[in-house]
Every structure is written in structure tokens, then in C-alpha cells.
Ligand binder design. Structure first.
Ligand code: UT7
Length: 323
């Protein structure tokens, strides 16, 4: 099975580092040198996850030349759904009128899109489903503490989508590698709003509905799992890093991306970067990047690509794929 269409949707509103200098004690120089971020997108008030994700989904379907009614499954990777229940996948289904499809959300932090791709692969490989839509979307601006300079400069909003279908040629997901370590739960967490700590005046006053993160620990973990996951994927496939046409890494910090790229001795054009323009969009960073490279004509049929992500959970994962 292969990706037959990609799509992306980004909010129009840009928030630059200069804008953030006005609300917290930070500087463009600090943000850019420590993260590689210059600006991020913020969803306009009145709009929500489904507005963005349905847009990305429609674009992916159009590019795949597939009607919504032909979809068998809608999988949405997100940690910022519109509601605790029902799923965002059901909301997208209603918007698209894709009423033949089963629909569900999947929560695996910033690794969500990779997890969702591997789930889609299973459904297609077993013959259970043919046409699967996978969306990676997050609206992190809605779960950000805008008074916490250690997190509010990092995140952005966006959605990316792909359509996966069986194809005749020898293309598609070659292998995947997933991991999690629940001992790291506290390192990246939204403490309230779930059944453990439902919303109350106290949780709202103490800003417990926003992301709390131990950046240093996550950074070390990220560098390690990116290395290990890539080495593992390549070794099992009998490939060298130089065989990769593209390496798509979760965009959480340019220093993490650069360290992996330099270790593997890959030229910059093979490791796409969009963190400078969009910040960390969690599950959306990789599918948005896939769409940008495909739409620009750089990511072509038959290209060998690897994708690796990491995030809350802790979770991590990688996919090796022939495009
Ligand atoms: O999506 C998956 C999960 N997320 C990640 O992968 C994030 C991984 N972590 C990171 O990217 C980095 O750890 C951060 C960008 C979050 C932080 O960078 P760092 O180089 O690890 O900085 P730090 O947390 O060690 O902070 C260094 C200094 C501190 O000041 P002192 O204690 O040295 O005086 C912070 O208070 O920088 C200060 N600081 C800031 N200064 C200006 C923290 N945030 C800011 C800020 N502006 N926005």
C-alpha cells in the first residue's frame, strides 16, 4: 500500500518571535538559537481542530482522486481533539460526508502520526480496508500557558493528511518501529481536564489545562530515540543512511534535527525543516512536511524515505517507506 494523496492546512494567523517578546520575558535571539523557530501559526478564535483537519483531509482526498464516500477508515492522530468525546475522526467524517468509513482517534503524543500510519498499514495489509485517511493534527495554542516562556514559544497549530491505498507497484510502508515508556508520563503532561482531575475553578486558576514539559529531559530522550529508531529501521532493512532520499523528523527543535542529520551525514535538502515557519505542531509536523515536499515536486514516486517522531508518553516511532 502507498500514499496516494497528501494535504495540509495551516491557520492564516502568524505569531512571530517578536510578538512573543511583548507577552513574556524572551527574545527572538533566544528562541531562534535554542529552537530554530522564527514564527508559528495560531488558529483563529471561533475555529477548531475539525475546521483545520477537514481541510487537510479534503486536499489529500482530491490529490488521491478519491471521493469521501469511498473511504473505509478515518484515523486521526491528535492530543487536542475538539471534544473528550466523540472523536475528531467522527467530526471529520460528518464534514466530509464519508459515511461508509469507520472513524477513530489515536493518542500517542507527537508520535501520533507514526502510530496511525502503522495502524493503517495493518488494516490495508490484512485486506480489511482499502482506502484509509490518516490525519495528524494539533491545535497546541489552545493548551498553551501563554505566561510560561519555557513552553509558549515552542508550539504551533496545523494539520496534515495522507490517503493510503493498495497499489500494484512495489511501494509503501516497508517497516515500522514503535516504542513507549510510561515511566516518562510526568515529563510532558496536561495535568487537568481528564477524569483524573476534571475541570474546576482550582485547575483553571492554576493553569493545569496547559502543557507542562521538562524540556531538558525530553531533549536528551529525543536525541537518543531518534538515533536508535533510525539505526534499527535501516539495519533491519539492510540499508545505509545515504540510501535515504528523505528523512522526515518530528519538528520539535532544530538542534535535534541537525544532530541526527549530521550524524547520518545527510545533506540539508534531504532532511526537510518547517519548524522555522510553524513551530512544533505535534502530530502535524511530519504530514505537513510530506505534503510540502510532495506538492513542490521534490518527493517523487519511488523515493526511499524514513520518518521518525517522539513525544509525550513517552512515545517514539519510525516508518521506512517507499513513496
Ligand atoms: O514535541 C515533543 C516534545 N518536545 C520537545 O522535544 C522539546 C525538547 N526540548 C527542547 O527543545 C529544549 O529543551 C527547550 C527549547 C525546551 C529548552 O532549551 P534548553 O536549551 O534546554 O534551555 P533550558 O530549559 O535549559 O533553559 C536555559 C535557560 C534557563 O535560564 P537559566 O536557568 O539558565 O537562567 C531558562 O529559564 O533559558 C531560560 N529560558 C528562556 N529564556 C528566554 C527558557 N525559556 C526561555 C525563553 N526565553 N523562551
Amino acid at each position: 500500500m502507498a500514499v496516494t494523496g497528501t494535504g495540509a492546512a495551516l491557520p492564516g494567523q502568524r505569531v512571530t518571535n517578536g510578538d512573543l517578546e511583548k507577552i513574556v520575558d524572551t527574545s527572538d535571539a533566544w528562541i531562534f538559537s535554542r529552537t530554530g523557530i522564527r514564527e508559528r501559526r495560531k488558529l483563529e478564535e471561533g475555529l477548531s481542530n475539525v475546521d483545520l483537519s477537514a481541510g487537510a483531509a479534503r486536499m489529500a482526498l482530491q490529490n488521491a482522486r478519491l471521493e469521501p464516500q469511498e473511504l473505509d477508515l478515518i484515523l486521526v492522530a491528535t492530543v487536542t481533539p475538539d471534544y473528550m468525546t466523540p472523536s475528531t475522526a467522527c467530526l471529520i467524517q460528518a464534514r466530509l460526508e464519508a459515511f461508509r468509513a469507520a472513524a477513530m482517534d489515536l493518542s500517542a503524543g507527537c508520535t501520533g502520526f507514526i502510530y496511525a500510519l502503522s495502524v493503517a498499514k495493518q488494516f490495508i495489509q490484512t485486506g480489511a480496508y482499502r482506502n484509509v485517511l490518516v490525519v495528524g493534527v494539533d491545535i497546541l495554542s489552545r493548551v498553551t500557558n501563554w505566561e510560561d516562556r519555557s513552553t509558549c514559544v515552542l508550539f504551533g497549530d496545523g494539520a496534515g493528511a495522507v490517503v493510503l491505498q493498495p497499489v500494484e507497484e512495489d511501494r509503501g510502508i516497508i517497516s515500522f518501529q514503535l516504542g513507549s515508556d510510561g515511566r516518562g508520563v510526568d515529563l510532558l503532561l496536561i495535568p487537568a481536564g481528564g477524569s483524573a482531575r476534571p475541570a474546576s475553578i482550582e485547575t483553571v486558576t492554576n493553569r493545569l489545562h496547559a502543557i507542562q514539559m521538562n524540556g531538558n529531559e525530553i531533549f536528551k530522550f529525543a536525541v537518543r530515540v531518534v538515533e536508535e529508531t533510525l539505526d534499527d529501521l535501516l539495519e533491519k532493512a539492510g540499508l545505509e543512511p545515504g540510501d535515504l532520499d528523505f528523512l522526515f523528523l518530528h519538528q520539535a527543535n532544530l538542534r535535534i534535527i541537525d544532530s541526527a542529520r549530521k550524524r547520518l551525514k545527510l545533506p540539508p535538502e534531504r532532511v526537510p525543516v518547517n519548524i522555522d515557519r510553524y513551530g512544533n505542531m505535534s502530530s502535524a509536523t511530519i504530514p505537513v512536511s510530506l505534503h510540502e515536499e510532495a506538492a513542490a515536486g521534490r518527493l517523487k514516486k519511488g523515493a526511499l524515505i524514513a520518518m521518525v517522531a517522539f513525544g509525550a508518553g513517552l512515545t517514539w516511532g519510525g516508518v521506512l517507506m517507499k513513496w
